[in-house]
Design a protein around this ligand. Structure first.
Ligand code: ADP
Ligand code: ASP
Ligand code: MG
Length: 472
């Protein structure tokens, strides 16, 4: 039995046509003798809209919040009605969707009275996206003759109770996946479950963080010892840069786990940063594929990628960052100073991306977040502190930078017209990153892309697609 976990993102289940394409892709895998397990995101933009409804309610805008929910109800009911024609099936599904929206509206009304949006309530509200989409997709699949069986992700993906960014408990997930999914697979069924949503051991709804459905796919793949994990999205695979920023970006045919993890961490939205971990542990190949162009081979992420003639595989951008400059002329190098400084970030649960030090100062970059003023206030007890938002980190990733001379000079020559604030090259030697103003980010990516992907290695990059595009 060769299990393939197939994760479909929001755009792959956004409407009737997209769900129809997804059904055909899954049916194709099943017909080829594989046993698919399907993980779906919320329909496109639904998570954002649920978060907007939650924030409107907690601001006391009960009417606005319920109006968002009403629009979502119509969208889900309409999609279900278009996809599911069996009278019994659509009656059950309609009743389910209405009950879920009634329950959601109750929560929103309560929130509009209480005016306090806790992480726990936020997760509860946002979980409706995947709860609803997974039911619709399962019913739609059955309508297409696929033996789909819905599975509640919250009974399988068990996490700690760190709402909004919960940490999975691998041993429990393995046990639950074996108990709940394997019997379905063995009975010839195709389990369909929501990504992103999970529950704590006490049964409270948690989530794995934005973009977390990829992570669910990998966790389930790891737990079931799947042969492959497929991440189906709206681009042809991992590209040499975000194609929205750089239209001539090329598909990367093959990339290593390490490189893909680095890219995801440094902002390439195409993969959730933690996705690769469960796959690495069990050495399961991950494929990134396009549900709008299923014939394309996508990107294969494997433990050891072949040698590449170009130094870099891809350019990632992490936006909405802030830079914090800490200047402490006397104490900086004294024993224990750094640990006190990092303790401030730790207390506020604020991860630090990049650090650079001089004799008298330390500069750090963090995600722009609401607790920055408090962090700066805490740090000001130890030093002079300044912080500035609207920064972006550009990260060039590639295993083949190792041992190549003169790469840094080429990078900074390509962006010599842009002001660079901080530079770092990690010990892993597979990334080179630097910080600039967010407004310069797109220009920097395009300049670097033009400099480093002029003569791409055809063994690694889809050069044929570029040739085809330029001759048409
Ligand atoms: P999904 O909803 O399927 O999870 P996402 O929106 O999370 O999809 O991720 C896909 C998007 O990631 C693409 O539409 C693309 O704009 C963006 N992206 C950013 N960097 C890259 C990259 N290097 N390669 C491919 N896509 C990228
Ligand atoms: N629906 C969630 C989000 O938009 C999870 C995902 O799509 O991966 O963040
Ligand atoms: Mg995503």
């Amino acid at each position: 039995m060769s299990i393939v976990v197939m994760k479909f993102g929001g755009t792959s289940v956004e409407d009737t046509a997209a769900i129809g394409r997804t059904a055909a892709i899954v049916a194709g895998r099943a017909a080829s003798g594989k046993s698919p397990v399907v993980v779906v995101s919320a329909m496109a933009k639904v998570t954002d809209q649920l978060l907007r409804a939650a924030s409107a309610a907690s601001d006391g805008d009960r009417t606005g919040s319920l109006a968002i929910s009403a629009r979502l109800r119509t969208r889900h009911l309409d999609t279900a009605a278009e996809l599911v024609k069996d009278a019994g099936e659509i009656a059950t599904l309609t009743q389910f969707l209405n009950e879920e929206f009634d329950a959601l509206d109750e929560v929103l009304r309560g929130l509009a009275v209480i005016h306090e949006l806790t992480p726990r309530i936020s997760d509860l509200i946002v979980s409706y996206g995947e709860r609803l989409s997974s039911r619709i997709v399962a019913a739609a699949f059955r309508g297409q003759g696929i033996a789909a069986a819905h599975a509640d992700a919250r009974e399988i993906v068990i996490t700690d109770a760190e709402f909004q960014k919960a940490t999975p408990i691998d041993a429990l997930i393995e046990k639950r996946a074996q108990e709940k999914l394997l019997p379905l697979i063995k009975a010839g069924k195709i389990p369909v479950m929501g990504g992103f949503i999970a529950s704590s051991e006490d049964g409270l709804t948690t989530t794995l963080g934005r973009g977390g459905s990829d992570y669910t796919g990998a966790l389930v793949g790891g737990a079931l010892n799947a042969g492959t994990i497929e991440i189906w999205t709206d681009v042809d695979g991992i590209m040499t840069a975000d194609p929205r920023v750089c239209p001539d970006a090329l598909r990367v045919k093959v990339i290593s786990f390490e490189e893909a993890a680095e890219m995801a961490y440094f902002g390439a939205k195409v993969l959730h940063p933690a996705t690769i971990l469960p796959a690495v542990r069990k050495n399961i190949p991950v494929l990134v594929l396009n549900s709008r162009n299923a014939a394309c081979d996508g990107t294969r992420i494997i433990s050891v990628a072949p040698h590449c003639k170009s130094p870099f595989k891809s350019i990632a951008v992490k936006r909405k960052l802030s830079i914090i400059d800490i200047v402490a002329s006397r104490m900086l190098m004294s024993h224990g100073y750094m640990s006190k400084m990092f303790a401030v970030f730790d207390r506020r649960k604020c991860p630090v991306d990049m650090v650079s030090t001089s004799e008298v100062s330390v500069s750090l970059t963090v995600d722009t977040n609401a607790s920055l003023p408090e962090i700066a206030a805490d740090l000001s007890a130890m030093a002079d502190v300044k912080y500035e938002g609207k920064k972006a980190l550009i990260c060039l990733v590639g295993e083949d930078i190792r041992g190549q001379n003169g790469i840094a000079a080429q990078v900074f020559n390509a962006i010599r017209h842009i002001n660079v604030r901080m530079i770092s090259q990690g010990a892993s030697e597979i990334n080179m990153s630097f910080m600039i103003d967010e407004d310069d980010a797109d220009e920097a990516v395009r300049s670097l892309h033009a400099a480093f992907f002029q003569n791409p290695d055809p063994a690694i990059f889809d050069v044929e697609a570029r040739k085809a595009a330029s001759s048409s």
